[in-house]
Design a protein around this ligand. Structure first.
Ligand SMILES: [Zn+2]
Length: 591
């Protein structure tokens, strides 16, 4: 191993065209060289390991080359180029300001500046980490920077542009280096692996590139480490073991568990990870970014924001189709809040476990309000079910309906089901998730209703199912209702929609055609703007792109006419629930 050279040095780019991931910037530099428009001072800014110093060296070599190529590259064969390649050129002078930040070192440099080059046209002074220079050193340097000799060019590199004095900034041409994309890093690692005859799995290189967070140097040193650890067989498994990284497969499984509301499975996964020696924060932070990747995978336009290999991106795409946007949004929020508060939490594991439970509950069917058994709904679709019952008595106090009201009275269904075991415990569960879910103050509801009018959800709602791929899994009414209820659990704040969906479960018309029959046009208006999104969700969950759900208004309520003032008021309240809160607020009565 005596002739072993670390990859970061061995594969340091020697020409502009081999610089990884800084295309635009490199082109600008080349153009400046070709057009002979060189500045006296450059400032290269950007994160560590993205090629600032490397570019500075290539720049120094290129501007001294005696036979520039037509596209602005150094020839590599002239005397100047060779002296650069053999690191014996006197035309490049490097100062690492991180370790040499005093006035003395700067004075040495200033002396060098005065000496013209023996061969070539320019002397290039590269000052790394220039923000680390002491104030005295800065001041000493400033004079030289103001009036440099014609042969001197300064390239200052920094990771912290904001620390550079304005007097320096104003004298420099600034170049901002970008983080290198995962794909660019992967490609470069693959090139090196090929040249070194190292077997490297693409997924392993992806992991290394993601770990390096945009820095080529870091990626290369991690790569070297794993190559030596695995004797040149870089597999995905050996890489994640080595880097102490959580397998993304875990997060796919975890998200599947959450989607099916499987809390025990998810908690066991956390336990498994902690046993392997990871801390709970790695787990929750990893999940947060997985959920974020799922979120951007839902739209073709943002799919490119997932920095992963093709195979993994496809997996993200597939899983994201099974997630509701609202679920992902809330799950990301819960996970990143947990990550954020982790440090201050007393019982760290518990806080992560709570977050896991919360996320799993977002889709947990058992946590859903289930006021009615499905069979009941099929048989009596037009009657308001118990779900709406808790609100109805409130309405009664305000404006008692005349006995002749054509609308079915809510008490009827409520009275008997008391013997049924189901409704009571479920009602309590709902309270524990969100006390305002169904029984909260009705005054919040009208505001929601008015929001529906302009929500972007509504605008995008209709064509949603058109973008779905062809899917043809068989759909049973039971499965459809289960998915319907899952959807309800994701909209805890949309009380009106939730109530409508809880009260009216879809009935089979034929094939994949379903319908819900509501009792008022107001309810229809609540449902319709969301129909597209709901359909999209159902189609994805049930893997069938042909599901249709129509929303009808039951004939008896469409033909009813309001005669008495109370009926008229009732009708108005149905159309605009805000009236009811108005009545409550001011204690109004019909005279
Ligand atoms: Zn040359």
């Amino acid at each position: 191993m005596s002739d072993y050279i670390v990859s970061a040095r061995k594969y340091r780019p020697q020409s502009f065209k081999t610089v990884v991931g800084q295309k635009a910037l490199v082109q600008t530099l080349k153009n400046a060289i070709l057009n002979g428009k060189l500045a006296h001072a450059y400032l290269f800014c950007g994160p560590r390991g993205v090629g600032k110093t490397t570019c500075a060296r290539i720049f120094a070599k290129t501007i001294n080359c005696e036979h520039l190529t037509p596209d602005g590259e150094a020839c590599g064969t002239c005397e100047s180029c060779q002296s650069f390649d053999e690191q014996r050129s006197y035309n490049v002078y490097e100062l690492d300001a991180a370790s040499n930040n005093g006035v003395d070192q700067i004075r040495d440099l200033i002396e060098q500046v005065q000496v013209p080059p023996q061969i070539g046209k320019y002397k290039v002074f590269i000052i790394d980490e220039v923000h680390m220079l002491s104030t005295a050193a800065f001041n000493a340097f400033l004079k030289t920077l103001e009036e440099p000799p014609r042969h001197a060019i300064f390239v200052m590199c920094t990771t912290e542009k904001q620390k550079i004095l304005p007097t320096i900034l104003s004298r420099c041409q600034t170049y901002d280096f970008q983080r290198i994309t995962v794909q660019d890093i992967v490609d470069q690692l693959q090139r090196i692996a090929n040249e070194e005859h190292i077997h490297a799995e693409p997924q392993a290189l992806q992991v290394i590139a993601r770990k390096a967070d945009g820095g080529m140097r870091d990626a290369l040193s991690v790569f070297d480490q794993i190559v030596s650890f695995t004797d040149g067989n870089v597999t995905y498994q050996s890489t994640i073991d080595n880097l102490n990284i959580l397998d993304y497969e875990l997060f796919f499984r975890l998200t599947d568990a959450a989607l099916s509301g499987n809390i025990p499975a998810a908690l066991l996964m956390l336990d498994e990870v902690i046993r392997k020696g990871f801390d709970a924060q790695t787990f929750i932070a990893g999940w947060a970014s997985h959920l974020r990747d799922l979120m951007v995978s839902q739209d073709v336009a943002t799919l490119s924001l997932v920095e992963a290999g093709q195979e993994v991106v496809r997996q993200y795409e597939e899983q994201s189709k099974r997630c509701l946007p609202a679920f992902l949004y809330q799950a990301v929020q819960i996970a990143s809040e947990c990550d954020f508060n982790y440090r201050n939490s007393r019982n760290k594991r518990l806080s992560v476990e709570l977050a896991i439970v919360k996320i799993c509950q977002l889709m947990h069917p058992a946590q859903l309000p289930q006021p009615v058994a499905p069979q009941q709904v099929v048989s009596r679709p037009t009657a308001p079910q118990q779900a709406s019952a808790p609100q109805q008595p409130v309405r009664q106090q305000v404006a008692p309906q005349p006995a002749a009201a054509p609308r079915p009275m809510p008490q009827q269904p409520v009275a008997r089901p008391v013997q049924q075991p189901a409704p009571q415990p479920v009602t309590r569960t709902v309270h524990t998730i969100d006390p305002n879910n169904r029984f909260g103050s009705r005054t919040a509801a009208p505001r929601l209703a008015s929001l529906h009018g302009t929500s972007p959800q509504q605008q995008s709602a209709q064509p949603a199912t058109q973008q779905l791929p062809e899917m043809n899994d068989p759909v049973t009414p039971d499965a459809l209702r289960r998915a319907w209820k899952q959807y309800i659990s994701t909209i805890p704040t949309e009380k009106l929609l939730m109530n409508t969906m809880v009260s009216y479960l879809p009935e089979l018309v034929e094939g994949t055609q379903y319908k819900i029959t509501v009792v008022s046009e107001a309810q229809q208006e609540i449902f319709m703007p969301h129909r597209g999104e709901i359909l999209r969700y159902l189609c994805n969950v049930l893997h069938n792109s042909h599901i249709q759900i129509d929303c009808e208004v039951a004939p008896e309520s469409t033909v009813r006419h309001a005669f008495s003032p109370r009926e008229k008021l009732q009708e108005m309240m149905d159309d605009n629930p805000a009236i009811e809160s108005l009545i409550q607020t001011f204690g109004l009565e019909i005279g």
